[in-house]
Design a protein. Structure first.
Length: 321
């Protein structure tokens, strides 16, 4: 976290760009692969595999997060998690983060301290650090994070390798973030576990490399919802995917929340995004890795179906819609 509050400069403008950068990065641990960390024109990161996996996400206040629903620390953790799950979805392990922050000059430095504290906490769950970035003035608080990863000698697991006959499987939670969003949208702050799932996802980081080692033919993270993201695999692989609802777990807690709100818990599980779970396809001849559970099959054809039929209603999140 940031320095003691007695030393806090009240706003970002009073501390200045370079003072703010030093405040966010000074004294924080880096991964062994960081050859040159923050403080120079660019960082230097080892690439043992000879290839670098890279992904970027941008989060904008009032679009992707709200400080009346989440603390800055929780927003920081979530901003990192949504990027690291993309690295895992390629079958890679994370190696470093680059962070861009746009904010008002009047933003209290305490908010930046807490944001950075959340980012560092989530990064250190996988043993990496923030190796560099940029900070600029902006009218809306905007967080841009680039995550880097290493394939450890394996081929990347893309969206285009699914084959008819493959087993569709998932790792991680589904529907919890959507349930939490519904609760918050009704003005409630509990159940804590459900609301917390929306504030800070729990991606199964290790399940991505685990799937790659086990021979996964395709993989994606479920940032936009299970059906929507499986649709990306179906389109890229030119196959059909059918989800079997008897294989899709609907947690009792979500059923209870849905009953209280007059909602459909299964809809949350099938279409809710931001849990950052992983979905993948595996050859039917191989056992699934420990963290994975089967939910459907790949077949000839196109599109995604549920129990053989098209799903009625929205299948997930899409910007500008």
């Amino acid at each position: 976290m940031g320095p003691d509050s007695s030393q806090d400069a009240p706003t970002v403008s009073q501390l200045g760009e370079f003072g703010l950068i030093d405040r966010v990065t000074a004294g924080q641990p880096q991964s062994p692969g960081t050859l040159l960390g923050p403080g120079d024109d660019a960082a230097v990161l080892a690439a043992p595999d000879g290839r670098v996996v890279a992904t970027t996400d941008v989060l904008v206040e009032q679009v992707h997060f709200r400080f009346d629903w989440s603390t800055p620390h929780q927003v920081g953790r979530k901003a990192v998690a949504v990027n690291l799950s993309d690295i895992a979805a390629m079958g890679a392990v994370p190696t470093g983060l680059l962070v861009g922050l746009g904010c008002s000059p009047e933003l209290p430095t305490k908010v930046v301290d807490e944001l950075a504290g959340g980012m560092w906490e989530e990064a250190q769950q996988v043993g990496i650090g923030i190796i560099g970035g940029d900070m600029v003035s902006a009218t809306s608080l905007t967080i841009s994070i680039t995550a880097l990863g290493d394939l450890q000698g394996r081929a990347p697991v893309t969206r285009s390798g699914a084959r008819p006959g493959d087993v569709v499987a998932v790792a991680g939670r589904l529907g919890w973030s959507a349930a939490g969003l519904a609760v918050l949208g009704r003005g409630f702050r509990s159940p804590v576990a459900v609301v917390g799932a929306h504030r800070v996802p729990e991606p199964p980081y290790g399940a991505g490399p685990q799937a790659a080692v086990a021979g996964a033919t395709s993989m994606v993270d479920t940032s936009d919802g299970l059906l929507a993201d499986l649709g990306h695999i179906a389109a890229a692989s030119q196959v059909a995917i059918d989800i079997r609802t008897e294989q899709v777990e609907v947690p009792q807690r979500l059923t209870e929340v849905a009953s209280a709100l007059g909602a459909d818990a299964r809809h949350w599980v099938l279409t809710g995004g931001e849990d950052q779970a992983l979905a993948a396809t595996f050859p039917p001849s191989r056992p699934l890795p420990a963290e994975w559970r089967a939910i459907g099959v790949v077949a000839e054809g196109t599109g995604v179906t549920v129990d053989g039929a098209l799903y009625e209603g929205s299948s997930g999140w899409e910007h500008w819609r």
